[in-house]
Write a protein that binds this ligand. Structure first.
Ligand code: 8IG
Length: 272
């Protein structure tokens, strides 16, 4: 079981057997703050701990769970990943994207990546949600590094000119109000940025900054899935507003946003 693709296939087989699900249609990765709102999507039919699945690692960050929840939303079989792992936890790019590869191997043709992030654009406030239009991957790595993908998989030189599906972004922005589009800058962290780095981020065209999402998006696109990215702005990025961040204010903004995050996911699922 040396290839990450074979590992994802074996994890997918194990997940399907344990959840009793033949195949999924949609995978949703829940970032910080997104978990609380998903109750509105419906009843969870099966709950599989990722510790039962080959290749999965438990997140070490509070607010990130280690379960795959299966539910029906309309006619769709949806898998919810209750957390993710990050490069800053010492995981490799391949380990970071393994859950997404697994769910695509289990049938998912649409991947919705959610996260909490800092707002680089000064007009963004904590609690705002942004649809990711494109990203800047400044993590210095790629999930496609290493051996070439095996026979039957796409070339590692994957075209990313339509990474965050223009087709779905068009449907989502025309049907969901109060949802701006933005460019997500992915960094390794775990430290937050300096004010000078945020000036750089803005000059590079970033609207948002965070420590996740970009590698999963690349891996999902490589496997032919349609990718949607949704960000919850948790804080102004460094130096965007005067004074240090008020952590309490940030937490409150997240909590206030929770119900609307569930409604947003429901609205997006209805458009697939
Ligand atoms: I929540 O300001 C959250 N995640 N890099 N910068 C980066 N990641 C974040 C931030 C932020 N806020």
């Amino acid at each position: 079981m040396d290839s990450p693709y074979a590992l994802a296939q074996s994890a997918a087989d194990e997940l399907r057997a344990r959840a009793g699900v033949d195949r999924y249609d949609v995978a949703i990765v829940l970032g910080s703050g997104w978990r609380e709102g998903v109750g509105v999507l419906g009843d969870v039919q099966h709950d599989v701990a990722t510790s039962a699945l080959p290749g999965f690692y438990a997140p070490t960050v509070p607010g990130h769970g280690a379960h795959v929840l299966s539910l029906h939303v309309g006619a769709l079989h949806v898998a919810l990943l209750t957390g993710r792992v990050h490069l800053y936890e010492g995981r490799s790019a391949a380990q970071v994207v393994h859950p997404v590869r697994t769910l695509i191997a289990a049938g998912a043709s649409t991947v919705i990546l959610t996260n909490a992030c800092g707002g680089v654009d000064p007009s963004l406030n904590p609690g705002d949600t942004v649809l990711i239009r494109d990203h800047l991957n400044l993590t210095g790595t790629s999930p496609l590094e290493g051996e070439a993908p095996p026979e039957g998989y796409g070339s590692r030189f994957v075209d990313l000119s339509d990474l965050y599906s223009a087709r779905l972004r068009e449907r989502i922005t025309t049907n969901v109000s109060d949802l701006r589009e933005g460019v997500y800058l992915g960094l390794r962290g775990p430290h937050y940025e300096t004010p000078a780095e945020i000036v750089m981020a803005r000059s590079l065209g970033a609207t948002l900054v965070g420590m996740s999402t970009v590698l999963e998006a690349i891996a999902a696109r490589h496997l032919g899935a349609e990718v949607v990215g949704l960000s919850l702005v948790s804080n102004h990025a460094a130096g965007v507003v005067a004074g240090p961040l008020d952590h309490l204010e940030v937490l409150e903004a997240g909590q206030r946003a929770a119900p609307s995050l569930g409604a947003l996911l429901a609205a997006v699922l209805a458009l697939l």
